[in-house]
Ligand binder design. Structure first.
Ligand SMILES: [Zn+2]
Length: 525
């Protein structure tokens, strides 16, 4: 008799599971998990949840080997920098394991970075000298070569330049993707210089570099830059790579088939962002003064090309905030004055990309949709390639904005996903409920998501584990830390992924008439 009961129980369990699977496959969405189904699988006692505000701190001791990390490890933003915009600011990834950087002749030399345009050899020399002069704060690596064989240099500026700091975010800036948009290239070199020379004297810069790895690529299109002309404010000479491709139209697209032949510069960037999980990114352009945020494309761009219809992401509040952080910290971007009377003016100096004009194959949509990296397109100068004597002004206008934007990587939620034995779970898929663009854990089980203050639900899925949901709150002052334990699924338990990564694109065939972008001289983006 006992055996029969046992069998019955077993069958009932199987049937329940079977029904659950049917429900999942009939609606292949994460939301199809019923609340009860997920809640019943949550054992909060296994997790450490740290809400950052002392008044509401609630720590649930973990019963596993998870190392609890205090938010104070990350330090607080020094107060004067949170509000004030008034203050004046007077791994294996490395080429030759970094050996090429350590040229002793630059060890004690003060390197002067002039406000002039640095052609490829001069830029390379500056980067090598700087990393030799500041070996504990910088590392230089190349992610690949341009069509003409120029290195695509990246300088990491951080207190840990050669190694990812576990639990701390990696961010990036990419400049000069359009070769003739030259201000971006020079202000990124100035940013490198500013960060390394102020580390020991500026409390905020020290905090930033102690807690962030900042990867700076001054030029993604070094070939285009070499054929551009100083003084050319408009036009497209040098915009493209040396095979005539617009690199900001050369990425896979979420909304449309992109049939453009992949270029070496784009392939290198794709490989780079696959290797390093960047939390936040700025792509710097010129020819307008605006911070433009995803989506750049939309499912029906044939119509939006002419109607300026926004194409909003589920993280629109966050993207608007990031764009506003840049525009309001810039000397004049937020005033929203158009560069020329014939050009669009942007309220508060921000715009949705598709609302300005839609494009296919842009880099920011790719970063966000494929890797969950929040990238904003920063148009930093009305004139694409102004005379060199104007460069100090452009640096002053953008300096505070460049610094404050990076710090936004420390907003929202971050944490670790472990199994019950305390091992990190790599490539777990996560999403914030009702925000259907997912993100993944690193090999250390880490994750990050920039969020504004509020109450959220995190959904976690990993192959072989029981899915979870976790409620958490985000406050303004500190990031919220979540340590999450996943329990192994039983052999008969199968759970469909919450999100696929990279996601299955919503593709349309690219049969539309030429966009406005193609008809007119591209101003920017
Ligand atoms: Zn551009």
């Amino acid at each position: 008799m006992k055996t029969v009961i046992k069998r019955l129980v077993f069958l009932t369990t199987q049937t329940t599971c079977f029904l659950a699977i049917v429900a999942h496959s009939s609606n292949n969405q994460a939301d199809s998990y019923s609340q009860a189904q997920l809640s019943s699988k949550i054992n909060v006692a296994d997790d450490s949840v740290v809400f950052p505000d002392d008044a509401i701190t609630r720590t649930i001791q973990n019963t596993t080997q998870i190392k609890r990390i205090s938010t104070s490890d990350q330090g607080d933003l020094p107060n004067q920098y949170q509000e004030s915009q008034q203050r004046h600011y007077s791994e294996s990834d490395f080429v030759n394991g970094g050996n090429l950087n350590l040229d002793p002749q630059f060890k004690d030399v003060d390197i002067k970075l002039e406000h002039k345009y640095h052609h490829f050899d001069q830029m390379t020399q500056y980067l090598r000298q700087t990393t030799a002069r500041y070996p504990s704060l910088t590392a230089l690596y190349s992610i690949g070569k341009s069509v003409k064989g120029r290195d695509l240099w990246v300088m990491v500026v951080s207190a840990s330049p050669y190694e990812h700091m576990i639990g701390k975010p990696d961010v990036k800036y990419i400049g000069n993707i359009h070769g003739n948009e030259a201000v971006s290239r020079e202000i990124l070199l100035q940013l490198i210089n500013y960060l390394v020379t102020n580390y020991n004297t500026d409390q905020y810069i020290k905090w930033l570099l102690d807690n962030t790895r900042i990867h700076i690529m001054p030029s993604m299109n070094p070939d285009g830059f070499e054929v551009s002309k100083e003084g050319a404010c408009d036009g497209a000479q040098g915009r493209y790579n040396s095979q005539g491709y617009d690199l900001n139209r050369n990425f896979p697209d979420y909304f449309k088939q992109n049939n453009k032949r992949p270029q070496p510069e784009t392939e290198a960037v794709k490989e780079w962002i696959k290797k390093i999980q960047f939390v936040l990114s700025g792509s710097l352009h010129g020819g307008a003064l605006v911070a433009s945020y995803p989506f750049d494309n939309s499912p029906n761009s044939l119509f939006t090309t002419y109607s300026h219809t926004p194409s909003l992401t589920p993280d629109d509040d966050v993207f608007k905030h990031l764009a506003l952080t840049y525009s309001t910290s810039h000397a004049k971007m937020s005033k929203g004055v158009s560069c020329q009377s014939s050009q669009t003016s942007f309220r508060r100096g921000i715009t949705n990309g598709a609302e300005w004009y839609p494009l296919t194959g842009g880099m920011q949509d790719y970063n966000y949709v494929w890797y969950g990296c929040m990238e904003v397109t920063l148009e930093v100068s009305c004139c694409k390639y102004p005379p060199a004597y104007e460069l100090p002004k452009y640096w002053e206008d953008n300096k505070m904005a460049l610094i404050k934007f990076i710090a936004e990587a420390h907003r929202g939620v971050h944490g670790f996903v472990f199994d019950v034995a305390g091992n990190p779970v790599e490539k777990a898929s996560l999403k914030i409920k009702s925000r259907d663009v997912g993100f993944q854990t690193t090999k250390f089980g880490e994750f990050w998501r920039i969020l504004l203050p509020g109450m959220y639900k995190l959904e976690i899925y990993a192959d072989g584990f029981v899915p979870r949901e976790m409620d958490f709150i985000v406050v303004d002052e500190h990031p919220t830390l979540l340590n999450i334990t996943l329990h192994a699924a039983k052999r008969w338990q199968h759970f469909p992924p919450l999100v696929t990564n990279p996601p299955k694109p919503i593709l349309q065939l690219d049969g539309q008439p030429p966009s406005k972008d193609a008809l007119n001289f591209p101003r920017s983006k």
